[in-house]
Design a protein around this ligand. Structure first.
Ligand code: PMP
Length: 367
């Protein structure tokens, strides 16, 4: 049996069946899990989206509801956009954005790979983001920068359609849930293969490419699993629908290489560093599907999900999170939350109370 998706897909209706209205800034999720609808108890596939006050859109701070686009925007039709998923944590030193410049470097690289000329530098976007967090009064949030081809020209070589840039921030809990981080998730290998470098660019974080992840995620969610694991076009293990994957094999950490069509995850790189610093050997190599079932431990890493253990794959039981996963997860959480001295340079602190970045951005936006 499937989820009860579709009754009020955007969760805009309240219990009385009326639209929630803009004054109600919390959107309700469209499906809640229970054992009756066939979804594993405790599994949540959707989360309420909490709105903030402002979004940065083409150089301006605009009210959340007014950050809109034309229906003939190129990106809406062809998926011509690139984006990032970043997190800001509430630390002792103030709100801190994890590996901000690394994420924005990847945004810039994704844009370049798809011939999108960004009208703002990564530094300008970084400054706008910090000011946005300040103006929204947030201490911890998810950050979604997006650059896409906007309205102005249709067809596939629409060079004159402008590139729009937006940054939205909002509070967002762990993508696969806090319980999942403690006890692990159930995952299934997808019947969909990860996009191949022969046809698309796995290294880019591009909007249209996510149809692939959505197919895999939907299939696994409808079958009652929390996450999908995709194989690459050769049949080797690639990654989750929105996370990289690690296995523990004979005490060593193994993760698929760049040539296995992975996204070069910022969390993956960070976790590899943390694991090596803890004394573990980390090997990047092709992983056969059966190794998922034979592994001592398996976990996923991603900005939205953070570090999530996997306790079952394709109905093969791996069990509660193992010791190596636990140790790496604990240290990684310390790094994210600014509790690990050795990783403090991964954090970009948002100085609360200063308006310097705002000044820089308004100049950049009007230049
Ligand atoms: N793979 C895919 C397909 C993703 O969408 C993500 C999330 N950005 C990841 C891996 C993990 O990347 P990161 O650690 O940079 O969030």
């Amino acid at each position: 049996m499937k989820n009860a998706v579709g009754r009020d897909p955007w969760g805009l209706k309240n219990a009385a069946g009326r639209g929630a209205g803009l004054e109600d800034r919390r959107w309700t999720p469209f499906s809640m899990p229970d054992s009756e609808n066939g979804v594993h108890p405790g599994v949540r596939h959707t989360f309420p989206m909490e709105q903030a006050e402002l979004i940065w859109h083409n150089g301006e701070f605009v009210p959340w509801e007014e950050a809109t686009v034309h229906v003939l925007s190129h990106g809406l039709h062809y998926g011509t956009g690139v984006f990032e998923g970043i997190r800001c944590y509430d630390t002792e030193r103030g709100p801190a954005i994890f590996r901000h410049s690394d994420h924005l470097k990847r945004l810039e690289a994704s844009a370049k790979l798809y011939y999108l000329d960004l009208p703002h530098t990564p530094e300008e976007i970084a400054g706008a983001t910090k000011e946005l967090i300040r103006r929204n009064g947030l201490r911890a949030c998810y950050i979604r920068p997006l650059a896409f081809r906007g309205y102005g020209e249709m067809g596939l070589y629409a060079q004159s359609a402008p590139i729009e840039v937006t940054v939205a921030v909002w509070p967002w809990g762990a993508y696969l849930g806090d319980e999942s981080k403690k006890h692990g998730i159930r995952a299934a290998v997808s019947s969909w293969r990860r996009i191949s470098p022969a046809g698309l660019i796995p290294h880019a974080k591009a909007s249209g490419q996510y149809l692939n992840s959505i197919l895999a995620k939907t299939e696994s969610a409808n079958a009652g699993y929390e996450e999908a694991i995709l194989l690459d076009e050769r049949g080797f293990v690639c990654e989750g629908s929105g996370e990289n994957i690690f296995l523990v094999r004979e005490g060593e950490l193994v993760t698929p290489p760049h040539t296995a069509s992975i996204l070069d995850g910022v969390s993956r790189r960070s976790v590899m560093q943390v694991a090596r610093d803890l004394g573990y050997t980390v090997v990047e190599r092709d992983v056969a599907r059966a190794e998922l079932y034979l592994a001592e431990e398996v976990f996923l890493t991603g900005t939205a999900a953070e570090l999530v253990p996997v306790r079952e794959i394709d109905d093969h039981e791996l069990g509660e999170p193992g010791e190596i996963t636990r140790r790496i997860q604990a240290k990684y959480e310390d790094a994210l939350h600014g509790r690990a001295e050795e990783y403090l340079d991964w954090l970009d602190i948002v100085e609360v109370g200063s308006s310097d970045d705002a000044g820089r951005i308004s100049t950049a936006a009007t230049a």
